[in-house]
Design a binder for this molecule. Sequence first.
Ligand SMILES: Nc1ncnc2c1ncn2[C@@H]1O[C@H](COP(=O)(O)OP(=O)(O)OP(=O)(O)O)[C@@H](O)[C@H]1O
Length: 483
Amino acid sequence: MVVAIYAVFALISYVKSIIVNKNVVMINEKIKTNYVLQTLASLSSRDKDFESENLSFFMNDLKLLETNYWRQIFSLLGAVVTTVGTLGYAFYSDVKLALIFIAFMVIPSISPKLFSKSIQKKTEMWSQTNKGLSRTVRDLFHGAQLLKRYKSINNTSSSLNQSVSRMEKSNAGLNIRLALSNSVIGFLFFIFSYVPMGIGVYWTIINRITLSQFVAIQYSSTWILNGFNTMVSSYNTINGTKQIRKNILEKEQLKTGLKEKFSQPRTQPFKELTLENVSCKYDEKAIFSHVDLGVKSGEKVLISGPSGIGKSSLIRLILKELKIDTGTLRINGGSYSQEEAYDIFAVVEQSPVVFEKSILYNVTLGNNASDENVVSALLEAGLPEFGNYESLHKIVGENGRNLSGGQLKRLEIARALFFNHKVLLVDEGTASLDVKTSIQIHKLLLTNNQLTIIEVDHHIPDQIRDLYTSRYILTKDGLQRDS
Ligand SMILES: Nc1ncnc2c1ncn2[C@@H]1O[C@H](COP(=O)(O)OP(=O)(O)OP(=O)(O)O)[C@@H](O)[C@H]1O
């Protein structure tokens, strides 16, 4: 009989574990996918360390949320069911003694309040030190080849060790605080369970209750005690994840905000971009002012200027990724939003952004498209080697390592052509290429009548300077014509 009961308990515990784990998989699938999508949508130009901080949150904080929130919720639910069931049995045996047991359970239940602030603080510290460690490790992996070439790998050990140590110490600190809090709760429950037990013994002696009633309540009190203890400990652990849940919620609200804006696009055929008396400032540092510029559809404009004068910043102002300090920006004579800017402008950057996927994906970014359209964009961008149906599925590799610099640049241009973005903002787009490839790519862009080009660069080969409609030099006090 006893063996059978134990077998049933073992089976229940196994089934419970299956149910909990399947639910955790379901919840994690939803939360992790949503978190990444929300984070992508909520990107703002003010975000610093966007990649490492969000990766750290994704890998560490969401894992902590699983352990200290979702699994605790299931444990809490299990404890509620056990406690309510056992309480029913205790009430059935003797109402008054059961009430006394409950009354004494209430006092230790309040104890987590004493620890809740410090646990939340320790969780936040753990989260911050994890982000710091992610930044350090990402930087080191990124620079692995360089460190190896300069034989400097060993020099990184002390700062790496410090970063690991900070994270591990804050992790241990959090676990120790949780353990302390749960031990105090366990101790209080133990102490407070003695008083009702004493009352039960006394009532049995004076025949207020029968011995069997007392034994029944005493047995159920152990379950009630354990149940309450689990509930309070779980609640305590769940409380520590407040900040993580708040962060997820904030991301969700940001995404909803963006969604509303996305739902009302006002795309219009591009005719003209005008900048009037535009100035740019970072915090209190003035970068440039009095910039006036007019660019009509089909024109090719070159803006050069010394390093650090603000050429890239000017591109970001046009994209509305940076706020202008003074002046006005207009498209076709009217103001425009960042969403509208994204429908019109495409950016060709110094380091092309590619995903470790196929050529097809890198052109379409997952949007539905006929192979024909993709092939035509690749051919137009000067990539005949990929302009056939088999090559569309070639994988470009991590950071596009299977492609040459020139091919990556053309891939970026093919993407802009595929999305039909007629104005290309080229930010030192060919600076990393050899002169011959740079000239080839420039000729491709500058002779395309469909495209409007605004390029910022200060090492344009002489052979192609005359292909621009107009050329300017950016100075602190505005644009000057470059004769
Ligand atoms: N996010 C930022 N916060 C504060 N200052 C910045 C920021 N981005 C750029 N700056 C500063 O603004 C100035 C202009 O930078 P920007 O990159 O626009 O120049 P640039 O002309 O494109 O330079 P380069 O030719 O070297 O690429 C620089 O002094 C730079 O340090």
